[in-house]
Design a protein. Structure first.
Length: 174
């Protein structure tokens, strides 16, 4: 290989590096990063850290009175790949949801729950379902449920009313 060919290869590598640097500089000029409102602020002393405070979740009870079971069933279709809804339904990736309301969290005997849900020692009530359906991984840290959650309270109310209907004797509304 002659020195002329080596010079061409080195020139090509340097030209590519120069193009990458120039594109990076142009990108920095065109795109300005925004400061996020919920960012953590660390001051000179490490003990002074402030975080965005989560807004308290409004009670779902009043919304349940006007919730639509048909809309809830439609929302539940998203859950059908992991859960069953019928009486005697088998567990899938997630537990069967028949008679979920007022069931002990982690209380279905033939399903292997995460240790986080088993440790809750609560029953699935209206408010518990509301908080869980908003952000499952935030409500129960360590849950296996990968679903991100439902942001709209009306969607959660509709789904909860549908889940309430999954029983021979549905629990009364609050």
């Amino acid at each position: 290989m002659s020195s002329f060919e080596i010079n061409k290869i080195l020139g090509a590598v340097l030209a590519v590096a120069l193009v990458v640097v120039v594109i990076g500089m142009i990108g920095d000029v065109l795109v300005k990063p925004k400061e996020h409102a919920g960012a953590t602020i660390v001051t000179a002393t490490p003990t002074l850290i402030t975080k965005k405070v989560d807004k308290k979740l409004d009670p779902i009870g009043p919304m349940l009175a006007t919730a639509d079971i048909k809309k809830g069933r439609k929302i539940a279709n998203q859950c059908g790949s992991c859960h069953t809804f019928n009486k005697g339904g088998k567990n899938k990736i997630g537990p069967a949801l028949w008679k979920i309301l007022d069931r002990e969290m982690g209380g279905l005997e033939n399903y292997k729950y995460s240790s986080a849900i088993k440790a809750m020692k609560k029953k699935w009530g209206y408010e518990e379902l509301n908080a869980f359906l908003l952000k499952p991984r935030k409500y129960i840290k360590g849950t296996k449920m990968a679903y991100v959650g439902l942001k709209k309270a009306s969607d959660r109310a509709n789904l909860i009313v549908f889940l309430r209907s999954l029983s021979d004797t549905p629990k009364p509304l609050p």
